[in-house]
Design a protein around this ligand. Structure first.
Ligand SMILES: [Zn+2]
Ligand SMILES: [Zn+2]
Length: 186
């Protein structure tokens, strides 16, 4: 989804749009938890322009599936993605490149509610929401989803799903490979 900043009038601009399953899959492909899109996602955003800066308040929900981090059963995860950003034209943002530790202390900050909104950069007249949604979704992802808080996981000895049955393995014997490592000084 793209917006030309000239479309943003005095009263602001509202937009809503869909993000396809394929696009969501591509966004989460690098995440270690193995997420896949469960459905297309719907996003909406309100844009307000202050001179050349654009304040964006956006929200959406992304339905994902992933293997449980302990037992590998499929887990459905509903990830709310809410964000507020101030988009600054690239030529006003020269002193503080993107990715600085504290983006709110630089010369570009302070125009509206300092500390409230993250800053980002746009170039030209077009704001592209695809990388914004991608970045915000990755920030919102749970690192490893679990099927339930007390998931017992898999038996490290035989691989049985311990939620289904107690396999009877003796899991309290320390693995000799790890026991040896305790004596190794870093
Ligand atoms: Zn589990
Ligand atoms: Zn076992």
């Amino acid at each position: 989804m793209r917006v030309n900043i000239d479309e943003i009038k005095e009263a602001g601009l509202r937009r809503d749009w869909d993000v396809s399953r394929e696009a969501i899959d591509a966004m989460v492909a690098g995440d270690q938890a193995g997420y896949r899109a469960a459905a297309p996602a719907h996003f909406e955003a309100k844009l307000d322009k202050f001179e050349r800066r654009v304040r964006v308040a956006g929200q959406g929900r992304v339905g994902l599936t992933a293997p449980c981090g302990r037992c590998l059963s499929p887990v459905s995860v509903d990830v709310p993605v809410d964000f507020e950003l101030t988009l600054v034209p690239a030529d006003e943002y020269v002193d503080e490149p993107r990715g600085e530790k504290d983006r709110n202390t630089g010369p570009a900050a302070g125009s509206f509610e300092p500390g409230q909104a993250e800053e980002d950069v746009y170039t030209g007249k077009v704001i592209d929401f695809d990388p914004i949604v991608r970045e915000q979704l990755l920030l919102a992802l749970p690192s490893y989803p679990v099927c339930k808080e007390d998931c017992k996981g898999l038996c490290p000895v035989c691989g049985a799903n311990l939620n289904d049955r107690e396999c009877g393995c003796d899991r309290h014997v320390p693995d000799p490979r790890w026991a040896g490592l305790k004596n190794v000084k870093p």
